[in-house]
Design a protein around this ligand. Structure first.
Ligand code: UD1
Length: 422
């Protein structure tokens, strides 16, 4: 049994919200702390269940983690890293934990990590991670659901990624930091979280140039040292509140945001008649009642294109926009899990291959719905804010993976959401 959210509509959301550190930045940074035997301090860490799971995995490998409640920072002591096998118990919980494979290989010479299974949004293979590690000299074996990698030494190489995978770029960057010689990685991912990881590694003594462009050069070093690193703000959490402002026709001021990272989301909101302005401390997102929110077409793409993680949230917005919108998902093969649930709330959506055709309706209706994954759940939660009547949303554990008590934050802006503990 999981918790449930009981959501009633309350009208426009208004007020200030402080955006947490980025989940997708902190998870690879935590994996990267395994590259050094010295203590690392990671600041601005969001207290998410995914972060707790990653800490559990690190601890199971012999790396201690300790929260500093006063500062919200996390101290990782990987001096005692001694186990080179990651337990399925942890890797099965979150796919990002597969990222420990590169650091363990680089530091211990071998690693055995369970193959992350398929998940709700697609099969999500790891072939690009493994091709990269093989190019650096690792032997790779796949038996009984585990990937084993080993190498007496890693050697820099030229690596061309078939697709700019975020995770593969991170895996290779981490392993290559301790390889002998230069690695040149081409067609890599350029997400802000990649730059954050490179900043962490460079502060620890790595020599990485070009992160944030499609070619990254890494000159391997023998050892990395402990660092104190502050993770970037979460652009998807920020985007979630931007859509909450748009959907409820409200006025929300976001602080601790990087406007540059939000350009594709801001551009799309402006296209549908939502105002986004930079302030001295953040971003203000608001609706002018004299303007209708109108339909728009969206295609998800690797950064700096429109983020796939924002797709379900925009679908909720488009569900009541004036006109017909087409959302095309190009990054993951099965990321329309929220559609059936939105239709239960009265949305008019048809799936045609990788596209969803959305006819805006005047108003959604509250219903019993189920979150299938993190962002699908957040999209349903926002849709419920304006639906007529009560929505009962189950599967809240998915939402807790990526948001620090989203219901509390939304309630502080005027929403009416109750968590019913199972
Ligand atoms: C990361 C984010 C996730 C986001 C995604 C795309 C984290 C913890 N998660 O996931 O929130 O939705 O980026 O922005 O940062 N692929 C392969 N082979 C591989 C690796 C990936 O074919 O070895 C494919 C995937 O199946 C998918 C696409 O590449 O279709 C993008 O995946 P990737 O960029 O690797 O996403 P993640 O790092 O898993």
């Amino acid at each position: 049994m999981s918790d449930k959210f009981i959501i009633n509509p309350t009208g426009p959301l208004r007020g200030d919200v402080y955006i947490s550190g980025a989940k997708n930045a902190v998870l690879p940074v935590l994996a990267a702390t395994l590259l050094t035997g010295q203590d690392c301090v990671v600041q601005n860490v969001p207290r998410l269940s995914d972060v707790e799971s990653m800490c559990g995995l690190l601890a199971s490998l012999g790396a201690g983690t300790q929260w500093d409640a006063a500062s919200g920072s996390l101290i990782v002591r990987a001096g005692g890293l001694n186990l080179c096998e990651a337990a399925y118990e942890w890797v099965g919980k979150l796919r990002a934990s597969f990222l420990v494979i590169g650091p363990m290989l680089a530091r211990l010479g071998r690693a055995k990590v369970p193959l992350p299974g398929g998940c709700a949004i697609g099969s999500r293979p790891v072939d690009l991670h493994l091709k990269g590690l093989a190019a650096l000299g690792a032997d790779i074996d796949h038996t009984h659901g585990y990937i084993s990698v080993s190498a007496k030494k890693l050697t820099g190489a030229k690596i061309y990624l078939d697709f700019p995978s975020v995770g593969a770029t991170e895996s290779i960057m981490m392993a290559a930091s301790l390889a002998e010689g230069q690695t040149i990685m081409e067609n890599c991912a350029v997400e802000p979280e990649i730059v954050d990881l490179a900043n962490f590694l460079n502060a620890a003594g790595a020599d990485i140039r070009g992160a944030g462009t499609d070619t990254v050069k890494i000159n391997g070093t023998r050892e990395l040292r402990g660092v104190d690193h502050t993770v970037i703000p979460d652009r998807i959490e920020a985007g979630t509140f931007m859509v909450a402002a748009a959907l409820t026709r409200g006025d929300i001021h976001l602080t601790n945001v990087m406007a540059d990272h939000l350009k594709p989301v801001t551009a799309k909101l402006k296209e549908v008649n939502i105002h986004v302005t930079e302030t001295e401390t953040g971003l203000r997102v608001y609706h002018d009642p004299s303007q209708e929110v109108i339909a728009a077409d969206i295609k998800t793409l690797p950064y700096p294109g429109f983020p796939t993680d924002m797709q379900s949230l925009f679908m909720s917005l488009m569900a009541t926009a004036q006109g017909t919108s087409i959302i095309t998902e190009t990054v993951f093969e099965n990321r329309f899990m929220q559609v059936g649930e939105l239709k239960r709330m009265g949305a008019d959506i048809k799936i045609e291959s990788r596209s969803a055709v959305i006819e805006g309706v005047r108003r959604l209706a509250g219903a019993q719905v189920q979150a299938s994954d993190l962002r699908a759940g957040a999209g349903l939660m926002l849709a419920a804010l304006t639906a007529e009547g009560t929505t009962e949303l189950s599967g809240t554990e998915h939402i807790d993976r990526g948001y620090c008590a989203l219901e509390t934050q939304l309630n502080q802006l005027g929403a009416d959401i109750k968590r019913v503990i199972a």
